[in-house]
Write a protein that binds this ligand. Structure first.
Ligand SMILES: NC(=O)c1ccc[n+]([C@@H]2O[C@H](COP(=O)([O-])OP(=O)(O)OC[C@H]3O[C@@H](n4cnc5c(N)ncnc54)[C@H](O)[C@@H]3O)[C@@H](O)[C@H]2O)c1
Length: 307
């Protein structure tokens, strides 16, 4: 009896720790929200993608990491083996996406979740006014952020249709909700993701496939820190990017906290991964065509006056 009470007490504490996000251990089987599922995460080698890969694996999924950053993607997959695999994939190239999805199905026999997370902000040294429109830069951002997501939806959809189920999540941004938060090409691309999500949710709903997107506020990843440094944009055209140092991340988080509506909290990559986990899990089984804005109320409160 005493032993049973102790086990019950331990389990209760484990659940409380999990709910509070205090545990680093895998959740108990009943709390594994993606048990038996197969997921692809693009741009999964670092930043928000990396946090999502780790969380999905922790929740029982087999994850295929797709990225162009082999030097980060391969060790990440190795560290999570056998539950994660790395595939080199440039999301803007249809052949790469087709191979990625086919390889996932041949490895695991199915695909349940696609997280279209890969994205680029654009070279901050070219952060120009529309009056100095740079067509090549514009096309480059659209190719990765929009074409990449559309190709992902096409090829994931292709294999999900036959199983009459599946879940596709794309990465938008607060820059997909309002203007003035990034370069015009990036803003246009993220608005396009919201539109693409809504339309493809209509197109694929009849096959039982859910399509949603996430719009985060600022997270101190390489993308944001590099922009703050005034440089690179996170794709393979870049010169070698410096590694993130803790000091820069903290400084960036301080800047973001200063701009935020919601005080007393710092938005982390893991928080966005949690939003993706919700949309990927059966807990959101009737949510489709939705843009899950994770911004502490920034886009709805920015213009409030006198409150
Ligand atoms: N960090 C933020 O504040 C923030 C806010 C809103 C939205 N987002 C979005 O979140 C997503 C992830 O961004 P992050 O902050 O983790 O940035 P990040 O630069 O750390 O990660 C982006 C990842 O995408 C990969 N990638 C870039 N181009 C690719 C391509 N053509 N094919 C495959 N992979 C490619 C990069 O190699 C990298 O691993 C992006 O879509 C970004 O626009 C970020």
């Amino acid at each position: 009896m005493v032993a049973e009470m102790k086990t019950f007490q331990e389990q209760t504490f484990q659940v409380i720790d999990h709910v509070l996000g205090k545990d680093n251990n895998p959740p108990s089987p009943s709390l594994k929200r993606l048990e038996g599922k197969v997921a692809v995460v693009t741009g999964g080698a670092r930043g928000i993608g990396e946090a999502s890969v780790k969380l999905f694996v922790r929740h029982g999924a087999k994850v295929v990491i797709a990225d162009i950053e082999d030097t980060k993607g391969i060790p990440l997959a190795d560290s999570l083996s056998p539950n994660a695999t790395y595939v080199h994939c440039d999301v803007s190239v249809e052949e790469d996406i087709e191979k990625l999805i086919n390889k996932t199905v041949s490895l695991h026999g199915r695909l349940d979740i696609l997280f279209n997370n890969a994205g680029v902000l654009g070279d901050q040294s070219k952060r120009k006014s529309i009056l100095e429109f740079d067509g090549d830069e514009f096309d480059r951002i659209m190719r990765t952020n929009v074409r990449g997501a559309a190709l992902g939806i096409k090829h994931a959809g292709r294999v999900m249709v036959s199983r009459r189920s599946g879940c596709i999540i794309s990465m938008a941004s607060v820059a997909g909700v309002m203007g003035g938060l990034g370069p015009h090409a990036y803003t246009a691309s993220k608005h396009a993701i919201v539109g693409l999500t809504k339309n493809t949710a209509c197109e694929l709903g009849r096959y039982g496939i859910r399509v949603n997107c996430i719009s985060p506020f600022g997270v101190a990843t390489s993308m944001l820190v590099n922009a703050w440094r005034g440089g690179g944009c996170g794709d393979d055209d870049d010169e070698e990017e410096e590694e993130l140092c803790e000091e820069e991340v903290e400084k960036m988080e301080e800047v973001v906290r200063g701009l935020a509506n919601l005080k007393g909290a710092t938005l982390k990559a893991k928080d966005i991964a949690e939003a993706a986990l919700y949309l990927a899990s059966d807990e959101s089984k009737y949510v489709s065509g939705h843009n899950l804005v994770v911004d502490g109320g920034f886009t709805t409160s920015k213009n409030c006056i006198g409150l």
